[in-house]
Design a protein around this ligand. Structure first.
Ligand SMILES: [Zn+2]
Length: 459
């Protein structure tokens, strides 16, 4: 009897999904999608809200008053929008504060060197560190020259080819330098932009001496390297003063458009509301938060109520700890989620919807393409994810993300003073909202049994 029941269930599921073809989706949804896209592209309301968020509250490093004020404002705006179940979920976040930073070349000539500490760096003594410099181009070269590194400030002069190639020198540069006896380390800014300082996350290893770690721009990294190549040992005086305070109680913010048929099946979509403490985190990632919020609000305004619940989430801590995404997993993974979506690639021209999850679902998402292409040339590809959604994705929930085409600008702006609202192009931002709205509405409304597909794929 049980067998027959499961067989029956299988055919129900099979039939439920059998009718989903590209033609079905296009015919059923085209007129709704056309009017949704038109309304989004005509309206500046969320572009203005994004500007307000960036300009009025400023940067939003976890633990800062700016972030708490921004969250309070977003909470009340979401309520004003008539979103349902608007709530704050508590998250303990790290609280690191940048205080003072300066650096001077004192040999062979006097020159100011602009520097910036990496997030989480310890301080130098108040009066600074004065030491000779050892410049290297790789961790291998540092190993070869280990005997020369003791008591020095190690400078990593590694040009930016790609983020993943350059970022290890920021991330673990202090550990490698301390292992060979350096007293501090500086890494060339992880960016294709010259004359520009970019901060970011770094780590220590508890078994290795902790040393101050920061960044300098490409011109100064090159200058120090050229001096060394001429047989001159440059000497620096470096001051980096920061403080790590006790963890701070902050919030993930969420709000919903409750599903008509499956109110307890969730599609969570969002970005991280924290940013680094330079610039105002406009592309990284205020725009991801506001674009996902906007997408749900426009779906609501159009009177479209999808089958499943769309849940906007603004994660409170990504940049220096991923505490927001982990807290969301701890507090909500007991609820059925059929998708986690994130936009954390900057709000440039949308180019791809990336998906990671069962083939059965991917082939359905691929059918969204003709409707997405009403916005721009957007393709649906394999490969979705994001730092904030990763803890939930690891529990087996499919991931989707919007990838954008920045023509190299994302890494010029992010984690630096460049990341401000003037870099947001209204038309591109609105296209991002439209792409999210189309993908989320279709995914949330289709008569597909995602949860059984997810379950089948996990066996
Ligand atoms: Zn980000």
């Amino acid at each position: 009897m049980k067998k027959i029941f499961y067989l029956y269930l299988f055919f129900c599921v099979f039939n439920l999904n059998a009718q989903i073809t590209q033609e079905y989706i296009f015919a059923k949804y085209e007129s709704k999608i056309d009017s949704l896209i038109r309304k989004i592209m005509e309206d500046d309301k969320f572009y203005e809200r994004l500007g307000y968020l960036c300009d009025v509250f400023g940067h939003r490093l976890s633990g800062s008053e700016n972030l708490e004020r921004a969250l309070d404002w977003l909470y009340s705006e979401m309520k004003k929008d008539g979103l349902q179940n608007v709530a704050k979920d508590s998250v303990w976040v790290p609280h690191w504060v940048r205080q003072e930073e300066k650096c001077e070349l004192i040999f062979p000539m006097q020159k100011k060197i602009p520097v910036m500490a990496y997030g989480g760096s310890i301080s130098t003594p108040k009066e600074g560190i004065e030491a000779d410099v050892l410049v290297v181009s790789s961790f291998e070269e540092l190993k070869e020259k280990a005997s020369l590194a003791k008591g020095k400030i190690v400078v990593y002069n590694v040009p930016f080819v790609s983020y993943s190639q350059a970022v290890p020198f920021r991330f673990r540069g202090a550990i490698n330098a301390a292992e060979v006896g350096a007293v501090a380390s500086l890494a060339r800014s992880v960016t294709p932009q010259n004359n520009s300082l970019h901060t970011g996350m770094m780590i220590y290893n508890d078994d290795v001496n902790k040393i101050p770690h920061g960044t300098l721009n490409s011109e100064d990294a090159e200058l120090l390297h050229r001096l060394q190549n001429r047989g001159i040992t440059p000497r620096l005086r470096l001051t980096l003063l920061n403080e790590t305070l006790p963890d701070f109680l902050s919030w993930n913010l969420r709000g919903e458009l409750v599903g008509l048929e499956h109110p307890n099946e969730f599609i969570a979509l969002g970005g991280h509301i924290d940013s680094w403490d330079v610039g105002t985190g406009a592309h990284d990632d205020a725009c991801g938060c506001v674009a996902t919020w906007a997408a749900v609000k426009y779906i609501k305004n159009a009177g479209l109520r999808p089958r499943r619940t769309l849940r906007i989430v603004m994660w409170a801590n990504e940049e220096n700890g991923v505490r927001g995404g982990k807290a969301y997993r701890d507090q909500h993974s007991h609820l059925p989620h059929s998708l986690m979506f994130e936009l954390d690639a900057g709000c440039f021209r949308p180019s791809k919807i990336g998906f990671s999850g069962p083939d059965t679902i991917f082939s359905i998402v691929k059918f969204f393409e003709p409707l997405l292409q009403k916005i721009d040339s957007i393709s649906v590809v394999r490969g979705g994810g994001g730092v904030d959604i990763d803890p939930m994705v690891r529990t087996g929930v499919p991931a989707m993300s919007l990838w954008t085409e920045s023509e190299g600008n994302y890494f010029r702006y992010h984690h630096s003073e460049w990341d401000t609202f003037d870099k947001i192009v209204a038309q591109d931002f609105k296209k991002c909202i439209a792409a999210i709205a189309v993908a989320m509405y279709l995914y949330a409304d289709l008569p597909v049994d995602y949860l059984s597909f997810i379950k089948q794929a996990s066996h």
